[in-house]
Design a protein around this ligand. Sequence first.
Ligand code: UD1
Ligand code: UDP
Length: 369
Amino acid sequence: MSKIKVLTIFGTRPEAIKMAPLVKEIEKNSDVLESVVCVTAQHRQILDQVLELFEIKPDYDLDIMKENQNLWSLTSDVLLKTKEVIDEVKPDVVLVHGDTTTSMAAALSAFYAKVPVGHVEAGLRTFDKYYPFPEEINRVFTDAICTYYFAPTDKSCENLVKSNVAKENIYKTGNTVIDALLYTVENHVEEVEGLELKPNLKTILMTSHRRENFGEPIREICKAILELVKNNDDIQVVYPVHPNPNVRKPVYELLDNVERVHLIEPLEYAQFCSLMKKAHIILTDSGGVQEEAPSLGKPVLVLRDTTERPEAIEYGTVKLVGTDKVKIVSTVEKLLRDETEYKKMSEAINPYGDGLASKRIVEVLKKIK
Ligand code: UD1
Ligand code: UDP
């Protein structure tokens, strides 16, 4: 019997981190599966960092990123350019990940070519179409198109059932981000070059990039950081700044050259993992970081009003703080001073996976033909 041809399409940093262990697992099963990898390069530099770490050499690189790109051109570039790849490869299945515009447009492209789609990290929902924007609609749309649903948790499976997805097409696999995290933490301990942190200060690690936080919300977040370092001389903040110009401009305007605030370039994944392990508290609006930090036992304060990842909130290691300066400052200061509260939030828990998600997905793929 001929091999099952799996075309994996991804384009941004988080998709690459979460698809890398799966690509590796597909390659390990080369007796049954043929792996073809296509990157849209919706991200360039921060995608390449991941490809290098996991030693993935894409078969197709569509190189679409433009400076300060917009959703319209991004969508049409992914749609048109993946069509050519799908036509040439003629895959048995296309795999996409999560909720980016690459995922949604690549899934649509496969659907137009009548190729079945597998959605990795299916079923996440906030049920609010503008939060996060445009990710909520990207994942709803992708789930509407696809045939195989690889859902990370019970909650994501339930969301799919509620959307009338047939139960036999839903596979609870755990999230491949935990596969990536465990592999990286075990195999690549890398310090951040040139970052001089004071060992006697508590480190607050922060990231932010959500489109709905552009403008005033991101400025409020920065003002909260200013207030926190002014009030608390026992903390230092490390902020690897996302390359999106809508993030970099306000962040550098407000936080550059501030004492005990380290603005640095986006970190290679292994270095970021080392920093998460060192951090006392993590402030973020990232999806992936909300999933990784609880398994490292780090309290996470989410700079958003809603999340599609309620599991760690239920366990008590993640809290939503939004983007209000006063709320961010008071929540961080409570965590800095209240040991009981800190302990409660720093239990290591793993609601998102056990490191075997990629293996479970591959078992399903091996049986699709
Ligand atoms: C994208 C995803 C978002 C995901 C995030 C992860 C969409 C619409 N958004 O948001 O869901 O959470 O990635 O980080 O799919 N840039 C660079 N170099 C890079 C990457 C980005 O310079 O390596 C700059 C470019 O100017 C680019 C801009 O950032 O135009 C925005 O990139 P884009 O992918 O459109 O949006 P993100 O905010 O990164
Ligand atoms: N990350 C990284 N370097 C950084 C910041 C984040 O490798 O400087 C990793 C992080 O550990 C997580 C992923 O990037 O796995 C999250 O990406 P991002 O926040 O850009 O996107 P989201 O998860 O919100 O879609």
